[in-house]
Design a protein around this ligand. Structure first.
Ligand code: SIN
Length: 509
C-alpha cells in the first residue's frame, strides 16, 4: 500500500481519493480553496454515456472520434466509452440522483452526439449533484483533507516525484512527502479575459508538472463554449438548451447557423463557437442572441432552474426575449501527457481530469465527455497506484502529438527562457490571450503575443495570487508556442493563415 497525495477537490480528485482509500492506500487530499469550489460543481449539461437501448458504446466512440477532428487517441476513447456506463452506475451508488421520468432516467441531447445520451441531475445542476455526492463519500473515508492548501511545485528526486511543496493560507511553503502525487487541479480557463471557469482555474497542476520536467501536450487546443451569457462573469448557458431546441440568431433576428453547417446549432462546439464569433465581428462586436422563447416559461423553469434564475438575475426573462451570448474559454483539451492509467512521464506522478491529456478529446472535446473522462481515468489511476511506479516512456508520449514533440514539449526538454522584465500583469495577459490566442489565430498575432510576454517575469511566490500568476504566465507562453508550432487549423485551433491542410483538417472542415 502506498501514501498518495491528491491535489484537487473536483470530480477527478475526489474520485481518485475515494477509490484509493477503498483500495487501502493512505490518502491525503489538498485543495486550494474549499472542497466544493471548482469547475465540477458548475457543470450543467451532464455526463454522457451509452446506457440506453437505442445507443451503443460504438456510437459514442464514433461521435467522440469525429468531434476530436482526427487527433483523438482511439485506444483512450475506447476505454472511455466502454468503462463509462460502469462509472455512471458508481455515481448512482455514491448517491447522485440523476433526473428520472416515467420511463426511467431522463436524457438530453447535445452538439455532435448522434443520440440523446446526456444524463443530468437537478435539471441543469449535474455538476453540483456529483460534487456534493463525492464530497459526502470522501468524508466517510479515512482521507486527510487540507483546504486552503495550494500546490506550489513538485518535489523530484532522481527523476521521480516524491512529494510536493504546498503553499498554506499563511503564505508559508512546506514540503509534503508522498509515494505518489495525483494532479487533479482542473483546467486553465483563467488564461482568458472571458471564461466560463471559476477564478480557481489557473492551470496549477499542468504548470507545476511542466516545471518538474513532465511532458505536456495539445496546449494549443482550447475549447471555447459558444454560449456564455454576455454579462460580467460570462456565466455558461448549457449546450443542453440548444439540445432542447433553442436557436442562435443575429441582431436582425436571423437564424444563421444553418448557413454554416447542416447540423445547425448542434454542430460540433468549435464550429458553433467560431460561427458565433464571426457573426459578432460582422455586427461590430455586438453579441449574438440565444432564442429559447419557443421552449416556454414552464419548461425552461423546470428543465433549467439554475439558468432560469441566472438569466433573471441578469435582468432577462429568457422565456420572453432572446438573450445576448458570447463565446468564452471553457475547457483545456491539452495538459499533462498520461497513459491510459493516469501515469505521466515522471515516475510517481499521475494526472487525471482536465489536468491530464489522456487523448480522448483530440482537438475538440465532445460535449459532456469531461465528467465521464474524469471518472473513468481517475478510477484507472486509483487502480494503478497499486502497481510498481514507472514513468510513461517519452517515446510513447511523443507518438501522440508530433507538433508538441517537435517543440520539445513531450519530453519535457523545451525550457522557457528566464526573463528579467516587468512582473506579469494578469489582466494584460488575459486580454492578450483573448485577442491573439483565442478562437482565431494567425502567425502575426501569435508572434505579437509572444513578444509581449517574452520579457515578463513571474512574481516571487508568496501567496495564492502570485503562485497563480506564475502558473498563468508559464501556461500562456507554452500555449502560444504550441499554437505557433501548429500551422494547420484543426478542431478548436483555428489558424486564419493555415498553411498546412492536413487530411484530418480537411475531414473536419
Ligand atoms: C454545457 O452544459 O454546455 C457544458 C457541457 C460540457 O462542457 O461538456
Amino acid at each position: 500500500m502506498v501514501h498518495v497525495l491528491v491535489v484537487g477537490g473536483g470530480i477527478a480528485g475526489l474520485w481518485t481519493a475515494v477509490k484509493a482509500a477503498d483500495a487501502g492506500h493512505t490518502v491525503e487530499l489538498v485543495t486550494k480553496t474549499v472542497l466544493a469550489d471548482g469547475n465540477t460543481r458548475r457543470a450543467q449539461g451532464g455526463i454522457a454515456a451509452a446506457l440506453f437501448p437505442d445507443d451503443s458504446a460504438e456510437r459514442h466512440f464514433d461521435d467522440t472520434i469525429a468531434a476530436g477532428a482526427g487527433l483523438a487517441d482511439p485506444d483512450a476513447v475506447r476505454v472511455l466509452v466502454d468503462e463509462g456506463p460502469a462509472r455512471v452506475r458508481d455515481l448512482i451508488r455514491f448517491g447522485v440522483g440523476f433526473d428520472r421520468g416515467e420511463s426511467g432516467l431522463e436524457r438530453g441531447l447535445e452538439a455532435a452526439h448522434s443520440r440523446a445520451r446526456i444524463l443530468h441531475a437537478g435539471g441543469d445542476a449535474t455538476g453540483a449533484a456529483i460534487e456534493s455526492a463525492l464530497v459526502a463519500t470522501v468524508r466517510r473515508r479515512a482521507v486527510r483533507i487540507d483546504e486552503e492548501t495550494m500546490l506550489a511545485d513538485l518535489v523530484v528526486e532522481r527523476g521521480r516525484v516524491v512529494g510536493a511543496r504546498l503553499l498554506g493560507a499563511s503564505g508559508t511553503i512546506a514540503e509534503r512527502r508522498a509515494d505518489a502525487v495525483v494532479l487533479a487541479t482542473g483546467g486553465s480557463g483563467c488564461l482568458y479575459r472571458h471564461t466560463t471557469n471559476p477564478a480557481v482555474a489557473t492551470g496549477d497542476g499542468v504548470a507545476a508538472a511542466w516545471r518538474a520536467g513532465a511532458a505536456v501536450s495539445d496546449l494549443e487546443f482550447v475549447q471555447f463554449h459558444p454560449t456564455a451569457l454576455d454579462v460580467p462573469g460570462t456565466p455558461l448557458i448549457s449546450e443542453a438548451v440548444r439540445g432542447e431546441g433553442a436557436v442562435l440568431v443575429d441582431r436582425s433576428g436571423r437564424r444563421f447557423m444553418l448557413d454554416v453547417d447542416p447540423r445547425g446549432e448542434l454542430a460540433p462546439r468549435d464550429v458553433v463557437a467560431r460561427a458565433v464569433w464571426r457573426r459578432m465581428v460582422e455586427q461590430g462586436g455586438e453579441p449574438v442572441l440565444l432564442d429559447a422563447t419557443g421552449l416556454g416559461a414552464a419548461f425552461l423553469a423546470r428543465r433549467f432552474p439554475g439558468l432560469d434564475a441566472a438569466c433573471r438575475e441578469a435582468g432577462y426573462d429568457w422565456s420572453a426575449v432572446p438573450v445576448p451570448i458570447t463565446p468564452a474559454a471553457h475547457y483545456a483539451m491539452g495538459g499533462v501527457v498520461t497513459d491510459l492509467d493516469g501515469r505521466t512521464t515522471l515516475a510517481g506522478l499521475f494526472a487525471v481530469g482536465e489536468t491530464a491529456r489522456t487523448g480522448v478529446h483530440g482537438a475538440n472535446r465532445l460535449a459532456s465527455n469531461s465528467l465521464l473522462e474524469a471518472a473513468v481515468f481517475a478510477d484507472r489511476a486509483a487502480r494503478a497506484l497499486g502497481e510498481p511506479f514507472r514513468g510513461l516512456r517519452s517515446r510513447e508520449a511523443a507518438s501522440r502529438n508530433p507538433v508538441a514533440a517537435m517543440a520539445g514539449f513531450e519530453t519535457g526538454a523545451a525550457r522557457l527562457p528566464q526573463p528579467t522584465g516587468a512582473v506579469v500583469d494578469r489582466a494584460e495577459l488575459q486580454q492578450l490571450m483573448w485577442e491573439h490566442v483565442g478562437l482565431e489565430r494567425d502567425a502575426e498575432g501569435l508572434a505579437a503575443a509572444s513578444a509581449r510576454l517574452v520579457s515578463r517575469r513571474a512574481p516571487e511566490v508568496h501567496d495564492r495570487r502570485t503562485a497563480e500568476d506564475r502558473n498563468l504566465l508559464d501556461l500562456a507562453r507554452l500555449t502560444i508556442a504550441a499554437a505557433l508550432a501548429r500551422r494547420e487549423s484543426l478542431g478548436a485551433h483555428f489558424r486564419t493563415d493555415d498553411v498546412v491542410t492536413s487530411d484530418a483538417a480537411k475531414e473536419a472542415a
